[in-house]
Design a protein around this ligand. Structure first.
Ligand SMILES: N=c1c2ncn([C@@H]3O[C@H](COP(=O)(O)OP(=O)(O)OP(=O)(O)O)[C@@H](O)[C@H]3O)c2ncn1[C@@H]1O[C@H](COP(=O)(O)O)[C@@H](O)[C@H]1O
Length: 105
């Protein structure tokens, strides 16, 4: 079964080289890695603000923005949600206390 996030990820990848005038993702890809990474910082800050001073609806919206932009960053870096899943699966068997062991070599 294909998860919705996998479908969104495929859509994001398909926007590479698309017309920036009609695609937000293409526009973002065109701005480059540093700008995409900056968006992550901005969206994460909005998540923090929503978490501490707004309601669950605002937090849900900001979390969606953050996850979406993270998918764009991963795609720009040639990584995928599956890479993240694999890393999290790998950590399942690693003690949460030993941070060094939890990091990839
Ligand atoms: N899920 C999203 C999604 N979530 C958030 N956003 C956009 O992210 C932006 C966040 O708002 P901001 O105010 O932070 O940014 P901005 O001022 O619009 O732009 P910046 O110049 O600051 O980057 C908004 O323009 C939202 O429309 C998204 N844009 C697209 N998608 C999905 O991505 C797929 C491809 O979209 P297109 O590339 O537009 O076809 C489609 O499935 C869309 O549904």
């Amino acid at each position: 079964m294909t998860d919705f996030l996998d479908t969104l990820e495929a859509t994001i990848r398909s926007r590479r080289g698309a017309d920036p005038a009609s695609s937000y993702v293409a526009k973002l890809f065109g701005k480059g890695r540093a700008k995409i990474a900056q968006k992550i910082g901005e969206e994460a800050t909005e998540v923090v603000i929503a978490a501490v001073s707004e309601g669950p609806q605002a937090l849900t919206g900001e979390a969606a923005d953050l996850v979406f932009h993270l998918l764009v960053l991963l795609a720009d870096a040639g990584l995928s949600l599956e890479d993240v899943r694999a890393e999290l699966r790998r950590r399942e068997g690693v003690s949460g206390i030993d941070e060094k062991a939890a990091r990839p070599a």
